[in-house]
Write a protein that binds this ligand. Sequence first.
Ligand SMILES: Nc1ncnc2c1ncn2[C@@H]1O[C@H](COP(=O)(O)OP(=O)(O)OP(=O)(O)O)[C@@H](O)[C@H]1O
Ligand SMILES: [Mg+2]
Length: 337
Amino acid sequence: MPGIVDVSQLVKTYGDGTKAVKGITFTVNEGEFFGFLGPNGAGKSTTIKILTTLLQKTSGSASVAGLNVESDAAKIRKIIGVQNQDTVVDEDLTGRENLVLQGQLQQMHGPAIKERVDELLKIVDLTDAADKRAGFYSGGMKKRLDLATTLVHNPKILFLDEPTTGLDPQSRAAIWAYLKRLNEQGITIFITTQYLEEVDRLCRRLAIVDLGEIVAQGTPGDLKQEIGADSISLGFENSSMNGGDVRTKARQVLEKKFDGVSNIVDSDIGLTVYAKNGSYMVPELVRAFDDAHIRLSSIGVSSPTLDDVFLKHTGKRIRVEEVSSANSRGMFGRRRR
Ligand SMILES: Nc1ncnc2c1ncn2[C@@H]1O[C@H](COP(=O)(O)OP(=O)(O)OP(=O)(O)O)[C@@H](O)[C@H]1O
Ligand SMILES: [Mg+2]
């Protein structure tokens, strides 16, 4: 059975020659909560823009609900809701007016719009600020209003590009809870996000993209299991020691003395080492480093998480933007649709 989103050998090369998407293939099934993850510049937003008919692909094919993203663009727009990475509310209008306008653009009329708008204002917790100009909203409020505008016309499929980035933890939790409810009502959700715990909890399947290519896909459980090992996070006191880089030295010790190690990856603080029964290895590891005069500042063992999956496939930890950066976004002039 074809999926509700079908992408095959999709390529996007921008005018300046940047190869943002390099032949990706994946399917999202109807009703799925699908995570599309990757480091900065991986090609996530580019893919979303092509799927939501905002950008032309270079080659390959892409369809949404069986409709072709190029020849059936108008039909696709009627059944999808799109939240772009940059908030695009009209700052001259109030929150309520933004939502009504969106409803009108989607050919909704009269009481149907009013009812839907009131309902959405409540859901995103903006009822009290509904009649204030959106230009006076905080970054988080704008983001919540933006999400509400994507929902006015009851879309079947939602494409969300980092919908909770920059929100305070409370708003973030509320939005994720609402997305969960929408999904339970049968709405397909395609989401990019940096919040791997939520992905783990809510996404049925996910794909990881890096440098324009899909490097892993599957259920969170399968991807974690694939790692097949605990992760041992090592922090070093000094980044260099006599005779070279401390990471290199530590790698040499690990490779020489520990058979159980399946993978070693650089991390911000030092190294992440994957090994079966990691906790049993710790005392020996400390001793071996001590003998090699490598000083540890921290050591921690955990069973695999999606963070480890991400690190294994991309060599990077996922970044989580601070709340302040989204709030500051709102300070730079107006953005309009
Ligand atoms: N309009 C454009 N012209 C040229 N290059 C572009 C354009 N838009 C994006 N790119 C480049 O394409 C690549 C993929 O960008 P994209 O925005 O899809 O990444 P992303 O995965 O969404 O990253 P982020 O996590 O930072 O949002 C990057 O190298 C980016 O610089
Ligand atoms: Mg992006």
